[in-house]
Design a protein around this ligand. Structure first.
Ligand code: TYD
Ligand code: MG
Length: 457
């Protein structure tokens, strides 16, 4: 084996890269899987617009010299998806849709195909997981399909590339990228090198043929199949589909978007005839909130540019054993523990001998610190067994000294509360300004948790 700086070693099984040969792969623990490859194979991978064959002379251009062709966005026909994509699909972009098995990725993308096909644009749905019959059965549930939708069941990358070049569809769905394989790569389908190879090829096809390609990627906990995380940097847009499998709603979250803002979310509901958009998620999340119950508070969290109201529930009771039990569903448990310690120390509420169970109703996950005040008030309400007024919402970050800190976009949050008929809003005092006013809402500014608790009832 020629030793030099221009070669690297790859694990055949998992794609682990190493500058030297190793007997056992530290990533997948497989023995004798390292192979020497020229460095360019890995490093040069990826699409380079204007890449030249060796003879050409490259000429850099100034920014103003770049032709501006208005990118015509294609609508996917699903408003919630369009907003997550930043206003529609860009021709020539590669979109990765990740999510747990069974969450509804295939269903969503088949619905996109349906809408695009309905506009007499050719779409190709390539499945490596399901047979044509299975797709047909799913399609029957969703509705009528135009004949512009073409189906293909195959997993061979080279053949699929030929089909794409021949058919030149406006949009294509690859379900899923983990099932695709190229004969040029010796590892099994789903391994990192295969998935990388597939993504590279689709990236090139998307750019050269100017088609929107959706890649479906599974996320597995064990890492048996290569998760789509390794390809996040290669694609233009990464969307994650999440939600409780047992709850009906699903959230589509954008974590990377070269053509729009990230952190936008789209909310869907899984029905018996496919995914339906949820235009007003707050209303949906607050559905079924108990009236006059202690330990239940409505808080507001921003998801991208969109305020969402959620019900935070707490159940605080005397612990039966020496060690108090605490759980948090939908919120970060460490954060909950921290907030309870703040209450203990700064508001003199002795919670050290209490069990506490926190839940964000609806199964939604919220990570924004703005829900801190909601958690605090829910815990106190349950501890004291005093219900909080039903038409009250709160938001604010709680610091370690018990202070209630400012959060972003307070006006949007207050407006959302007003839209849903809330009458009182407890928020950080520093956020209270003149233009925060909203008709029919009493604004209560608080500067620490003691004040917040005092105006709770
Ligand atoms: P699916 O799109 O197959 O998930 P993924 O491709 O992410 O693995 O969705 C599967 C689930 O959705 C399945 O449990 C059945 C359910 N479902 C409905 O409830 N209604 C429907 O109309 C469809 C098509 C699926
Ligand atoms: Mg699927």
């Amino acid at each position: 084996m020629a030793k030099g700086k221009n070669t690297v070693f790859f694990c055949r099984k998992c794609g682990y890269e190493s500058p030297k040969w190793m007997g056992q792969c530290p990533a997948c623990r497989e023995w004798n899987t390292f192979e020497e490859e020229p460095l360019t194979a890995g490093a040069g991978a990826g699409f380079r617009p204007g890449a030249s064959s060796s003879g050409r002379v490259l000429k850099p251009v100034s920014l103003s010299g770049v032709e501006m062709s208005r990118q015509q966005r294609l609508t996917s026909g699903i408003g919630e998806l369009d907003r997550v994509l930043g206003g529609g699909m860009i021709p020539g972009s590669l979109v990765l849709v990740g999510g747990d098995p069974g969450i509804g990725k295939s269903t969503l993308l088949l619905q996109v195909c349906r809408h695009v096909a309905a506009e007499n644009k050719k779409v190709l749905y390539i499945s490596g997981e399901e047979s044509l019959q299975q797709i047909r059965i799913r399609a029957e549930r969703i509705g009528d399909f135009s004949d512009s939708l073409l189906l293909l069941c195959d997993t061979n990358l080279d053949d699929i590339a030929e089909v794409l070049k021949r058919e030149k569809p406006a949009a294509t769905v690859i379900d899923s990228v983990q099932t695709m394989y190229s004969e040029a790569v010796s590892s099994a389908p789903g391994s990192v090198s295969q998935v990388r190879q597939a993504t590279n090829l689709f990236l090139q096809l998307a750019k050269t043929l100017n088609i929107t390609i959706f890649l479906v990627g599974h996320v597995t906990k064990e890492g048996v199949v290569a998760g789509p995380r390794v390809l996040e940097h290669m694609v233009d847009t990464v969307l994650y589909f999440e939600g409780d499998r047992y709850a009906a709603y699903r959230i589509l979250r954008s974590v990377k978007n070269r053509f729009g803002s990230t952190n936008e979310i789209g909310v869907f509901e899984m029905r018996k005839d496919g995914l339906a958009e949820v235009p007003n998620p707050s209303e949906y999340m607050l559905n079924g909130k108990p009236e006059g119950a202690s330990g239940s508070v409505v808080a507001c969290s921003m998801e991208g540019t969109r305020p969402i109201l959620v019900e935070i529930q707490a159940l605080v009771c005397k612990t039966g054993f020496g060690l108090p039990r605490r759980t948090a569903a939908g919120a970060d448990l460490n954060r909950v523990n921290l907030l309870m310690a703040v209450l203990e120390k700064r508001a003199s509420i002795s919670l050290s001998s209490c069990d506490a169970y926190i839940n964000i109703a609806g199964g939604i996950r919220m990570n924004e610190p703005a829900i801190d005040l909601g958690i605090v008030l829910a815990v106190v309400s349950s501890y004291k067994d005093i219900p909080i007024h039903d038409r009250t919402i709160c938001f604010g970050e709680v610091g370690l000294s018990g202070e209630v800190r400012a959060v972003s976009m307070p006006a949007q949050r207050v407006q959302e509360a007003g839209k849903l008929g809330f009458e009182r809003c407890i928020l950080p005092k520093v956020c209270v300004t003149e233009h925060l006013k909203c008709e029919g809402i009493e604004i209560v500014g608080v500067s620490n948790v003691r004040e917040a608790i005092a105006c709770m009832g």
